[in-house]
Design a protein around this ligand. Sequence first.
Ligand SMILES: Cc1ncc(COP(=O)(O)O)c(C=O)c1O
Length: 381
Amino acid sequence: MISKLLYLNNSATSYPKPQSVIDAVNSAITLPPQEYGRTSSGINTIESTRAVLSELFGLKDKKKIVLLPSATYALNLCVSGLVKENIHVITSCYEHNSLLRPLYFAQKYNGVELSILSIDECRPENILTSLKKVKRKNTKVIALTQMSNVTGMIFPVEEIARFAANNNLSFIIDGAQGGGVSQITYENLEGKNYYCFAGHKNLFGPSGIGGLIVPDDTLPQNVYGGTGILSSHKEHPPQLPLRHEAGTPNLSGLMGLKEGVSFVLDKKIAKMGIHKKTLVANLIKHLKSIGKIKILENHSEDYSGGIVSFCIEGVSSKDVGFILSQTFSIETRTGLHCAPLVNDEFSFPKNGSIRVSFGPSNTLDDVEYLKKSISMLLTMF
Ligand SMILES: Cc1ncc(COP(=O)(O)O)c(C=O)c1O
């Protein structure tokens, strides 16, 4: 047994954070605040964070990046602004509650019609045909994740954006998991795309920071307050990005996020993806050799997200997670992972699956230790 914790829960939040992120957060709360607009100084952390995000997401105009507390806030802002009464929205069984719940709210209170694509309809080879099939006269929005937080499946975002553009639909992309894993060049996406991202997952920032890339300044405002500038105006500035930003920002989060994104740019998304794919391939080969284990299939067969979710026949996933944590010091995540529909679609047990999610600092030795621990655990049942 190892005494050190083996952290395999990077899809919940990445760990360890790069030293540069830790240092940035530390200096944000230990050094005298010097932020432009809120002090007499000219240091502009907010704009330099927007600049590295623009580089990562392939954006020419950094004003289109709105900085928010999380992907959840970004998704809520998009749904409340775009999902108007009586329209039809296409979404999928892979979605996280951060998207599903605002959509269910709109369905319940605003008469919004929802089509939820099944796992087969979402297969990368079927998705465009499925969208065509379910589209109605009143369809206005497609809302999908870039990458499933349960199976790691990656959606073909460029093709879906083209379909949405050709049909005059807005596309809300939940990039909470996909940001930092699957490269997008926002500028090259056709149409009206709303890209929501989380800072604390594959962008390696601290929690409590995320954002949204908007195509233009037409998304309705839903927050009004201090902006640090234009203080004599009665109205909250309608221009981007301040249009959707109010109040003192999360400066330590922003400073950490800037370093996290710089880390991703430096390490290169593709290189980190190849490393995680090697770890996943090794683990899956082993799990498949054990008869009692069922894996939640990743239909894109692209494992750059480093995710493997599985269950053991006849054993509660919660118990497996507990034993892995308490006996073997391995931290995974068990349950429905806030994406309940995909579990049912795959006919997995009601209490869900065990999710292993690797980060760039995990090694093949970690996979070996996990494999041995699972084998020992199996002898307990
Ligand atoms: C697919 C997906 N969407 C949205 C979220 C919410 O992200 P945040 O923690 O930034 O609110 C998560 C977080 O687990 C996620 O996995």
